[in-house]
Design a protein around this ligand. Structure first.
Ligand code: UD1
Length: 413
């Protein structure tokens, strides 16, 4: 349990960790080669541990010290991923493309992950099918086969982050070029492209598509993953909701444009320099309207945190969720804390209140958990948040970093 005594303005500087969502596909990319892949800026998170466990289970040797992970070996990869690891985290499903490309066959249990409504993998499978894979589903496991993947053009109905990454990973070992039309352009996908290029499969971006040139074999590489824009955004919102001033060092302001625009609209002062972003807010924020969209639109992962912030704005804010239909799981908990929220279809209405109050609440997933932490930091009195394991999936040293900013927070049994 995390216990927070709220009502203190947060002030100071924290360092952005490496991006979780860039680290996970980078770890999966190491499956494409037996040569060493050295990944720097890898955050200490449960989801990263899970991805490294999966890499080990598939035959890689893994050394992880400080924030550098070295993945090597695995001349012969195992053909089947353990259901327990794939069930724990949806991103494990990204191992399918690399294992299939290396072995010509793969068995992959259907994925788990956050409770964010139905999160199908149909786009991953339809794309791999275009590259020549065949699938059969038996007992909750997908059995995939492809004698040799062949590059082609794949159109995505929706710019799915995971499906774009899956196709870049598989395409890197396919024969010829693989082009994804309507790809996801999240910085984490671009970062995977940088790593694949370093490993020998050049990835090039065009206005409406991305192409990877496949190679029969890939080499090792050294790569530093980008800073975590979602973590950075969460701390900036923590500064704003507590009417304080927070600087996130190591953050990329160009990855945070949508959030910073909304913070400015709300009345915050924003300072962005190369490698650092600061936000200051002294008064009650103005209501704003947010709509989640694929990048560079407002990130769905910051929707729960920004709604927490807007619960104390002046007037009625709205948040429309277009990426994940079931992402309002935190509403009941924030309501217990005094927020006035209503959901109608894909839109949430927040009528700002003067103040929130502490209550015992439970985090249903990573970003909903972050929303509860933000609300607790601003609330009068004490909030106890259960389900802290969700927070440990996505926030490195959350308690330590919040303390650095002056929060009164402790991890209690
Ligand atoms: C990734 C991120 C997650 C983020 C999301 C959107 C990782 C590990 N996770 O998740 O934090 O919230 O991007 O920015 O990087 N969909 C389908 N069929 C598919 C794939 C996706 O219908 O085959 C749907 C999903 O159900 C969802 C939407 O597309 O409604 C977005 O999913 P996607 O972009 O694939 O997100 P993830 O890669 O799962």
């Amino acid at each position: 349990m995390i216990r927070i005594e709220g009502g203190r303005p947060l002030r100071g500087t924290v360092r952005a960790a490496g991006s979780k969502n860039a680290a996970l596909p980078a770890i999966m990319a190491s499956l494409l080669t037996p040569e060493p892949v050295v990944l720097e800026n890898i955050p200490h998170l449960l989801d990263v541990e899970c991805a490294l466990d999966l890499a080990r289970a598939l035959g890689k040797s893994v050394a992880w010290e400080n924030s550098t992970a070295v993945l090597a070996g695995g001349k012969e990869l195992a053909g089947e991923a353990p259901a327990e690891l794939v069930g724990r985290m949806r991103a494990s499903f990204l191992a399918l493309g690399p294992v299939l490309a290396r072995r010509g066959e793969a068995a992959m249990p259907l994925p788990g992950g956050c409770a964010l409504g139905p999160r199908p993998v149909d786009l991953h499978l339809a794309g791999l099918r275009r590259l020549g894979a065949e699938f059969e589903v038996r007992g909750g496991t997908i059995f995939a086969r492809a004698r040799r993947l062949r590059g082609t053009t794949v159109y995505l109905d929706f710019p799915s982050v995971g499906a774009t990454e899956q196709l870049l990973l598989a395409g890197a070992l396919a024969q010829g070029e693989t082009t994804v039309v309507n790809p996801a352009r999240e910085p984490e996908v671009v970062d995977l492209g940088v790593l694949l290029t370093r490993m020998g499969a050049p990835v090039t971006w065009h206005e409406d598509r991305v192409t990877v040139r496949g190679r029969p074999e890939l080499g090792g590489a050294r790569h530093r993953v980008i800073p975590d824009r979602i973590e950075a955004g969460t701390y900036l919102l923590a500064g704003a909701i507590t009417r304080g001033e927070v600087t996130v060092e190591g953050a990329r302001p160009d990855h945070l444009d949508a959030l910073l625009a909304k913070l400015l609209d709300a009345g915050a002062e924003v300072e962005a320099a190369e490698g650092s972003v600061s936000v200051r807010l002294r008064r009650r924020p103005e209501a704003v309207h947010v709509q989640t969209l694929p990048y560079p639109g407002f990130p769905t992962d910051l929707q729960p945190p920004i709604v927490a912030f807007l619960t104390t704005a002046q007037g009625r804010s709205t948040a429309r969720e277009t990426v994940f239909p079931a992402r309002f799981s935190y509403v009941a908990a924030l309501t217990r804390m005094g927020a006035q929220l209503q959901v109608s279809g894909d839109t949430l209405f927040a009528d700002g209140v003067e103040a929130l109050r502490g209550a015992p609440v439970e985090a249903p997933d990573i970003r909903a958990g972050a929303a509860l932490v933000l609300a607790a930091l601003a609330a009068e009195e004490t909030t106890e948040i259960r389900g802290e394991e969700h927070l440990a999936r996505g926030y490195e040293d959350l308690v330590g970093k919040l303390r650095t900013l002056g929060a009164e927070v402790c991890a209690a049994p």
